[in-house]
Write a protein that binds this ligand. Structure first.
Ligand code: NAD
Ligand code: TYD
Length: 339
């Protein structure tokens, strides 16, 4: 079995490759990644010497590169993680998101059709459903919820999902899609909320809270996301969408208070800043289909998952420092002028 993983040098992709390399030593796993600002082969040092793993640098929207790769490698399965993934950056440069997330996905779908891939899996997000009101706590996104993306990032991911479904319907490509809630865990770039809180709290720096901090997210440990994709890749039904979530909702203020308490840092670090444009109020995923049809369940309890995560960032302070230097400083100054 030969598996192509794209975007495998980023947060979730690198966790997925480490999981798959160990679980399926008989598979040949090829990682294609452009190594943008958030991707690094450092994230894969644990597996880089494994005989069943290889890295190839390249961009998924580069059709000549992708076609030649597929022709040469004859992949059986493809899992596409490669993406521009940060909402705030999509508000600054929407076009970049369309190139990677939409045209890049189309390039992979086309090559998958042309070279007879047996399973194409698109890694998507709950953000394609837009948001839910804070007041209606019983409402959650199911696979039937309308596609109503708010940010340019979410629009690009929704477009990619629709393209993947069109390749299934029109050309018979065996496609599956997963839509996951917010992930946390090791190797997450510090532009995202949890590693941003950790990196700033450790240095007693102000922590930016957008708007009133009441926005709610449903947090899932990245290892549980990986096990869900594994299950869908092997047992999911072509043409189907599966929601992945942890039944684990926190408001941003609750989340930051919990992390600060575990780090023994004062809540006075919290600093309210202007709200994110179009900021989605609440995400909540109903994962019942995945649990019922494929027998998946998350294995992490949040209290344990977040403690393991805090420990990982503490033990890997150099990993974090490397990401906080250079371009990140300019990015931070532009997004958080108040701080
Ligand atoms: P990330 O930003 O950490 O990693 C993205 C990776 O893609 C990086 O290694 C980057 O170098 C690579 N990449 C970017 N553009 C590329 C291109 N044009 N060609 C090849 N490689 C390219 O993102 P992540 O958080 O690991 O997210 C991975 C996937 O999971 C994304 O598709 C994202 O939409 C989805 N997702 C993320 C979350 C989350 O909470 N982080 C939740 C649900 C779904
Ligand atoms: P983020 O990690 O960017 O994920 P997403 O927007 O895809 O859910 O943000 C998670 C939540 O945290 C979201 O409601 C925005 C909020 N947030 C802040 O309040 N301050 C910040 O500096 C960041 C990055 C996020």
């Amino acid at each position: 079995m030969k598996l192509l993983v794209t975007g495998g040098a980023g947060f979730i992709g690198s966790n997925f490759i480490q999981y798959m390399v160990k679980k399926y030593p008989q598979y040949e796993i090829v990682n294609v990644d452009a190594l943008t600002y958030c991707g690094s082969t450092d994230n894969l040092t644990a597996v880089e010497k494994n005989a069943n793993y290889r890295f190839v640098q390249g961009r998924i929207e580069d059709k000549a590169f992708i076609r030649a790769l597929f022709e040469r490698e004859a992949f059986d399965m493809v899992v596409n993680f490669a993406a521009e993934s940060h909402v705030d950056r999509s508000l600054e440069e929407p076009g970049k998101f369309l190139v990677t997330n939409v045209l890049g996905t189309e390039s992979l779908l086309e090559a998958s059709c042309r070279y007879g891939v047996k399973r194409y899996h698109q890694v998507s997000t709950d953000e394609v459903y837009g948001d839910l009101p804070l007041e209606a706590r019983a409402m959650r996104f199911t696979e039937e919820s309308p596609i109503r993306p708010s940010s340019p990032y979410a629009v690009s991911k929704a477009s990619a999902d629709l393209l993947a479904l069109a390749y299934h319907r029109s050309f018979g490509l065996p496609v599956t899609i997963s839509r996951c809630s917010n992930n946390y865990g090791p190797y997450q770039f510090p532009e995202k909320f949890i590693p941003l809180i950790i990196s700033r709290a450790e240095k007693n720096q102000k922590i930016p809270i957008y708007g009133d901090g009441q926005n709610v997210r449903d947090w899932l440990h990245v290892a549980d996301h990986c096990s869900a994709i594994d299950r869908i890749l092997h047992d999911g039904k072509p043409g189907e969408v599966y929601n992945i979530g942890g039944n684990n909702e926190y408001s941003n203020l609750e989340l930051v208070a919990l992390i600060l308490e575990k780090l023994k840092k004062p809540e006075s670090l919290l600093t309210f800043v202007g709200d994110r444009k179009g900021h989605d109020r609440r995400y909540a995923i109903d994962p019942a289909k995945l649990e019922r049809e494929l027998g998946w369940k998350p294995s992490y309890v949040f209290a344990q998952g977040i403690e393991d995560t805090l420990r990982w960032y503490q033990e890997n302070a150099q990993w974090m420092e490397k990401r906080l230097n250079g371009d990140f400083q300019a990015y931070f100054a532009a997004v958080y002028p108040e701080l």
